[in-house]
Design a protein around this ligand. Structure first.
Ligand code: UDX
Ligand code: ADP
Length: 464
């Protein structure tokens, strides 16, 4: 079976880049990305490809090449589903904020809405691919809705978890470590559907890197991979606190540990805490699933990864207050960076949000600069926490359009995202424009201690 038309529901950080690369590599397939968010679709269709809603290095170029050739962005969801042989579901699955599983389980209402829409619209057989990060057994729920509410057409459900990391999405999509495709391995129809998706990726990915498994293995592999990665970050962050007490340096420890080929060097960078839309959500899912099977020890084990991460964000903020003579009330604190990592404009679960919230509770005045995050997003992130009235967030937080304005007259500067441009700032100028003593807190181990101390900064870095 040859795929000719793909529809992707959800034009976000996963759907957008993934479909752009599929369109680039498979010129004979028409790819339509649909979303209920009209503003988002408008931005994807903006004449100037620099204005697309997702910032990813290299993505604008792929969009310029493919858009309106065989890649289309639209709000007409029904007609895109109708035409497609293969429908990717790439909508958001945030952690539930209400009811059973609140704060832990994934909220699947957007997935369910998609399934019902597919069932309502489809007049021909479809392969439905779950791309969103989902708790185990979502495919089964999808199948149940499709088979029982549809127009008698046949559906094959595949799980094809996303492993791209934001900030390197295009590179990750072009050269993936592996592509995972889960499906009904027992039936010929299931195998055929899996092969159809294998053939899409085989346009540019070596077959040895395309793994096919059962749906459940595929779903659980995604959660496990993210849990392992997050666990490494929490492990090194736990050591960073011990380093600060003992006089060891966490970068030196990480280097020594990472050179053990059994451990490896990646994901050992101490930080103010991991963020992003996946790590916390996936571990919470894992914890929820383990608990629901009565596996309390397993649940507690993984929950600790999140406990350490929350502790890391809190202790970073608490250290700022302690160092600034136990009060930040009325003091101007500059934040460099708001995104959860460099090279993305995504702020979901960014450590900066929680550090800001802590300092606002201590009555600090915060000025924020991030090269790619818009002011409206920063206020939305703070308002979402519901810690104080929205007006107060606007009164106590201002957004600057460069690092120098942010740092002017500040008592302290906090580096919260590892943007490259922060490395090459004129730090002497920044120092001169600050109140003294000028405190500099490096939450990303981005800056050279010696140089900054020579300028005159009181310098604090995670893990040393
Ligand atoms: C992650 C997975 O890496 C990816 O495979 C999956 O598809 C989605 O979730 P992402 O959240 O985009 O990707 O970014 P990632 O690079 O994993 O970083 C997550 C967080 O951990 C960031 O806040 C990052 O700054 C932090 N981190 C990462 C560290 O603090 N130290 C490290 O050594 C690595
Ligand atoms: P991710 O990082 O998983 O891509 P995003 O939040 O960036 O998450 O993107 C998910 C997108 O899915 C959003 O643009 C949202 O508007 C869209 N979406 C959610 N539910 C639906 C739906 N039922 N139909 C179409 N689009 C949807």
């Amino acid at each position: 079976m040859k795929i000719k038309n793909i529809c992707c529901i959800g034009a976000g950080y996963v759907g957008g880049p993934t479909m752009a690369v599929i369109a680039q590599k498979c010129p004979e397939i028409n790819v339509t990305v649909v979303d209920i968010n009209e503003k988002r679709i408008e931005a994807w269709n903006d004449k100037d490809v620099e204005n697309i809603p997702v910032y990813e290095p290299g993505l604008s170029k792929v969009i310029a090449e493919t858009r309106d050739r065989n890649l289309f962005f639209s709000t007409d969801i029904d007609s895109a589903i109708d035409k497609a042989d293969m429908v990717f579901i790439s909508v958001n699955t945030p952690t539930k904020t209400y009811g059973i599983g609140k704060g832990m389980a994934a909220d699947l209402k957007y997935i369910e809405l998609c399934a019902r829409q597919i069932a309502r619209v489809s007049k021909s057989d479809k392969i439905v691919v779950e791309k969103s990060t989902l708790p185990v057994r979502t495919a089964e729920a999808l199948k149940n809705i499709l088979d029982n509410t549809g127009n008698g057409v046949n559906y094959q459900i595949l799980s094809n978890p996303e492993f791209l990391a934001e900030g390197t999405a295009v590179e990750d999509l072009l050269n993936p470590d592996r592509v995972l495709i889960g499906g009904d391995v027992e039936s010929p129809q299931g195998k055929e559907a899996m092969q159809a998706l294998v053939d899409v990726y085989a346009h540019w990915v070596d077959k040895s890197r395309i793994l096919t498994t059962s749906v459940w293995s595929s779903e659980l592999s995604k959660l496990t991979a993210n849990a392992f990665l997050a666990q490494r970050v929490s492990s090194i962050n736990a050591m960073s606190e011990l380093c600060e007490k003992t006089g060891a340096d966490v970068n030196e420890v990480a280097k020594a540990v990472g050179m053990d080929s059994r451990i490896g060097p990646k994901f050992l960078k101490a930080s103010v805490g991991f963020g992003g839309s996946c790590f916390q959500k996936d571990i919470l899912n894992l914890v929820y699933i383990a608990k629901s099977f009565g596996l309390n020890e397993v649940a507690d084990y993984w929950e600790q990864v999140i406990i350490i991460n929350d502790h890391q964000k809190r202790r970073f903020a608490a250290n700022v207050v302690k160092t600034l003579f136990n009060t930040v009330s009325g003091k101007k604190i500059a934040f460099l960076g708001w995104a959860f990592k460099k090279d993305t404009n995504d702020t979901r679960e960014s450590a900066a949000i929680y550090v800001a919230d802590y300092l606002l509770n201590e009555q600090a005045e915060i000025v924020i600069y991030d090269p790619k995050v818009k002011a409206e997003q920063i206020y939305a992130d703070l308002d979402y926490l519901n810690s104080r009235p929205c007006e107060e967030n606007r009164r106590c937080v201002t957004v600057a359009n460069n690092s120098y304005t942010a740092g002017k007259d500040a008592h302290a500067i906090l580096v919260l995202t590892e943007w490259d441009e922060f490395k090459t700032l004129n730090w002497e100028k920044i120092y001169n424009d600050m109140l003294k003593p000028a405190f500099l807190f490096d939450g990303r181990r981005l800056l050279e201690r010696k140089i900054k101390e020579k300028i005159g900064f009181e310098f604090y870095a995670i893990g040393s």
